[in-house]
Design a protein around this ligand. Structure first.
Ligand SMILES: NC(=O)C1=CN([C@@H]2O[C@H](COP(=O)(O)OP(=O)(O)OC[C@H]3O[C@@H](n4cnc5c(N)ncnc54)[C@H](O)[C@@H]3O)[C@@H](O)[C@H]2O)[C@@H](O)CC1
Ligand SMILES: Nc1ncnc2c1ncn2[C@@H]1O[C@H](COP(=O)(O)OP(=O)(O)O)[C@@H](O)[C@H]1O
Length: 490
């Protein structure tokens, strides 16, 4: 983003001070959506770099928008001022806005403000907070007021490890410029900001798009261009056959959920490979799905008739399950490997290198660590996932609030759909079934993973508008509606 700033300033008719003004306007526009009571008092804490420069510009724009009770606190510990900060400081002096210059954290006393804007340090952070900076931030957090952070909460690293002892600003909302920072997508960021919102500031989009990067956001436009319509004269054979190898005596529901999702995401045929004890449930709950009882089987025949094979949801860890997974891995047909199948792999780590290429692994954090070793930080976990996806030539779907789809070429795609209404058992089983459906419909492993994650989360988002909790079955049933919103039938 820093490069994009420089490129925009160098190649567009805009000076850096004007870009700062634009950024500040964008911040205020967003801020006013939530904080429209202009009688509230606002304390704006500004460092002396460009983040602080933004804070000063925000102060005068808020004044122009009717906020009268604004006080700017200049955190003058660095003594070094950026050029644009200096220009905005002069502007603030001319505007008559109240200003306090702090040379030490202990000078911060008797702050009376309803709202706080944090513009002390932004993306320029180059080391953890310590000394006076740490003290002042601690005092601001202690005020227990709603804090809006400009671009980045002070002390929060935009990329790299987020330390467990995070001592930066704890913002209510971060309004960040042009693109979210990668670290906002990790659960550890919850210590720094409850929410984040991205605002456009006019950086050169062509330049940003053409930059080679490791991380990419999945957008609705990507999904629209990937989805294929269902064509006239097609039939069940056109849309492939998905095999879901799942379920055990006490976890038959996982097999049903996965099969249900495969059905609803459009596979022409779905077969559930389950223990005999699940047949009545399957035939009653999902009459469209065929059954392949697997009791006593350590190997499956005629696999060529399936275009997608998913294994793992509620599968159990029995010797029979292990043998079946081993034979499938040796079969070298791409697999979708989830849940217990991942746990079996973790117990038999010498099989990992033999996973068929183009397979898709769908671990949540714990499953991932069981497979590839314990990780203290999400940043490190993502680096490992990147390496393993490349090494094994597979797609790794690392599931969370934001799911990371790690591709064999080293790229990581971030899925942004989904919400806490989906935090309920069975949700991953549904995701596996959706991936199987897209693989059955002859999408590549990469496209199947991207489409499935997006639509799974999108279904949850639509349901969350109506329900406090979205169940896994509801999500499965919502999938065809989500596809229809983005794609024509024929
Ligand atoms: N044209 C641009 O570059 C734009 C930049 N913008 C703003 O500029 C910010 C980045 O500004 P800067 O690069 O000036 O950096 P900051 O304002 O984030 O930081 C200023 C200085 O603080 C020092 N510092 C870093 N870590 C520290 C620590 N732990 N303790 C004490 N001092 C520390 C560094 O020497 C750094 O140069 C962005 O976050 C954004 O808010 C926006 O105005 C949009 C346009
Ligand atoms: N808070 C959330 N926000 C977005 N997605 C979520 C959230 N909680 C769960 N999910 C999604 O639900 C799925 C849960 O998968 P998993 O933990 O394997 O569930 P299970 O084993 O119960 O089926 C993942 O795809 C995850 O992204």
């Amino acid at each position: 983003m820093r490069k994009a700033d420089e490129f925009t300033i160098a190649n567009k008719p805009i000076a850096s001070i004007d870009l700062m003004e634009k950024a500040a306007r964008a911040f205020v526009q967003c801020f006013l959506k939530y904080e429209f009571d202009t009688s509230k008092s606002v304390a704006i804490f500004c460092g002396t770099g460009n983040n602080g420069g933004d804070g000063l510009a925000i102060a005068h724009i808020l004044l122009a928008n009717g906020y009268e009770n604004i006080k700017v606190y200049i955190i003058n510990f660095n003594k070094k001022q950026s050029d644009d900060f200096a220009i905005n400081l002069q502007r603030i002096d001319e505007s008559g806005c109240k200003k306090v210059i702090l040379s030490r954290a202990s000078e911060l006393k008797n702050i009376k403000a309803d709202l706080i804007i944090d513009a002390i340090l932004g993306s320029g952070l180059n080391k953890p907070l310590e000394g006076e900076f740490a003290e002042v931030v601690k005092a601001i957090n202690k005020l227990n007021k709603r804090i809006y952070a400009v671009d980045v909460p002070t002390g929060f690293p935009t990329e790299g490890i987020i330390i467990k002892e995070y001592n930066g600003i704890r913002a209510y909302k971060t309004i960040c410029f042009q693109r979210p920072k990668i670290n906002f997508f990790f659960p550890e960021s919850a210590a720094a900001t409850e929410k984040f919102e991205v605002v456009e500031i006019g950086l050169d989009e062509n330049f940003i798009q053409n930059q080679s990067a490791d991380f990419y956001l999945v957008e609705e436009s990507d999904i629209k261009s990937m989805l294929k319509p269902r064509k006239l004269f097609t039939h069940k054979g056109t849309y492939g056959h998905g095999l879901i190898i799942a379920g055990d005596t006490n976890t038959m529901g996982a097999a049903l959920l996965s099969s249900m999702a495969c059905l609803h995401a459009g596979a022409g045929l779905t077969t559930a490979c389950i223990p005999q004890s699940g047949l009545t449930a399957l035939n009653t709950a999902l009459p469209e799905v065929m059954a392949l009882p697997r009791d006593g089987m350590s190997k499956l025949d005629n696999l060529e008739k399936y275009q997608a094979i998913a294994i793992g949801p509620g599968f159990g860890l029995s010797a029979e399950s292990k043998n079946l997974l081993k034979s499938l891995i040796e079969g070298q047909k791409p697999l979708i490997i989830d849940a217990d199948a991942l746990n079996i792999l973790a117990e038999n780590s010498d099989w990992i290198d033999k996973i068929p290429v183009n397979s898709i692994l769908t671990p949540h954090m714990k499953e991932f660590d069981r497979l590839f070793g314990k990780h203290e930080h999400w940043w490190e976990r993502i680096q490992s996932a990147k390496i393993q996806a490349q090494k094994l030539n597979v797609v790794i779907v690392l599931k969370n609030q934001f799911t990371f789809i790690c591709l064999p070429d080293g790229k990581v795609l971030i899925n942004q759909t989904g919400n806490p209404a989906m935090a309920q058992g069975g949700m991953g089983d549904v995701l596996t079934g959706i991936i199987a459906a897209f693989m059955a419909q002859k999408y590549s492993s990469k496209d199947a993973a991207i489409l499935a994650c997006y639509l799974h989360g999108k279904a949850g988002d639509s349901l969350a508008k109506e329900f406090f909790v979205a169940t896994a079955s509801q999500v499965a049933q919502q999938i065809p509606k989500e596809i229809l919103k983005l794609n024509k039938i024929y």
